[in-house]
Design a protein around this ligand. Structure first.
Ligand code: PGA
Length: 308
């Protein structure tokens, strides 16, 4: 059987995305080039690997077998690559990190600092919500993931890197701005803007209010924290967001946290990887770099963090 690593690599991407187009985008190839390579692989194997069910692409039984072996091969090559990089210390290497959307206010800066410190390291950062991140973790797609609470679904080694206070955010001229110890029964009268389903922030918010016996009046769902902030600034309602999302605005921003009883909700940031995974020297060094920035409160201006 004549098959090339390139075909394996391309087939794995098509199978993962269930799409020739998305695989082509990821690999920076044309869609026909991807299609041809998968066809060559099918010819070598002697059986179809993919089939169409309506508009969906499905794996055949042979396809599932070939996918499992392809992943083992790609993992083995990844491990070899890591060992070779480890032998060179931190002079060269690759770091694949995935993080939840809300972490974008801290982690990219830390990753950039890390890359400046180690110029031979190429970093690939994927930003997605918690649900999609857990799927990536289960598929072992990244060296490290950064998320708001260790998952129950996947066995991971998780290290606490920083605190993540969730606050109720409103526009500065909101009638409740500046009021002390606002009761939950009062805040739930407001219209809430929520992140999309699958978001860790949304899960924490809904779980908390449900536990306290309240349901929220949801005015809108948005798939981006910045979009939520703009909607609040436009006067649409309030939202529970990580306090870190307000840092860039500084003290003169349009938004502020409300002093609501029971808030902040204390979530934590974790860096995690699947238990049993070989951690590269680069990934281990990045964890150390994250830990060195542990005290996240120090980077928050006091006036932006008025709670005890
Ligand atoms: P999210 O995750 O960006 O998906 O809301 C944040 C968190 O888990 O705290």
């Amino acid at each position: 059987m004549h098959l090339s690593l390139r075909q394996i690599h391309i087939f794995e991407a098509v199978a993962r995305h269930r799409s020739y187009t998305r695989a082509a985008e990821e690999l920076h190839l044309t869609q026909p080039a991807v299609f041809t390579q998968v066809k060559h692989l099918e010819d070598s194997v002697g059986f179809p690997l993919l089939e169409r069910a309506g508009r969906q692409i499905q794996l055949t039984e042979t396809g599932r077998e070939v996918l499992a072996t392809s992943r083992e091969m790609l993992d083995a090559i990844g491990r070899l690559d890591m060992r070779l990089a480890d032998m060179q210390g931190l002079k060269r290497g690759r770091l694949r990190v995935a993080m939840v959307t809300t972490a974008e206010y801290r982690v990219p800066r830390l990753l950039a600092e890390f890359c400046v410190r180690y110029p031979g390291i190429d970093a690939l950062l994927t930003v997605t919500n918690r649900e999609k991140l857990l799927a990536r973790l289960a598929d072992n797609e990244d060296d490290l993931v950064i998320l708001g609470a260790p998952p129950k679904e996947v066995d991971v080694v998780a290290t606490h890197i920083a605190d993540n206070p969730l606050v109720v955010v409103a526009r500065n001229d909101h009638p409740l701005a500046g009021k002390k110890a606002i009761p939950l029964a009062r805040i739930v009268e407001e219209s809430f803007i929520l992140r999309e389903s699958g978001s860790g922030t949304r899960l924490a918010t809904e779980t908390y209010f449900a536990k306290q016996g309240f349901s929220l009046k949801v005015r809108m769902e948005l798939g981006s924290t910045e979009a939520i902030k703009q909607a609040i600034a436009g006067g649409l309602g309030v939202a529970v967001l990580s306090h870190h999302t307000l840092v860039l605005e500084g003290e003169n921003g349009l938004l502020q946290p409300l002093d609501v009883k029971g808030f902040p909700l204390w979530r934590k940031w974790y860096v995690a990887y699947r238990r049993g995974k070989h951690l590269s020297a680069v990934a281990a060094a990045f964890i150390e770099h994250l830990l060195a920035d542990h005290d996240c409160r120090k980077s928050l201006p006091n006036t932006l963090f008025p709670f005890p």
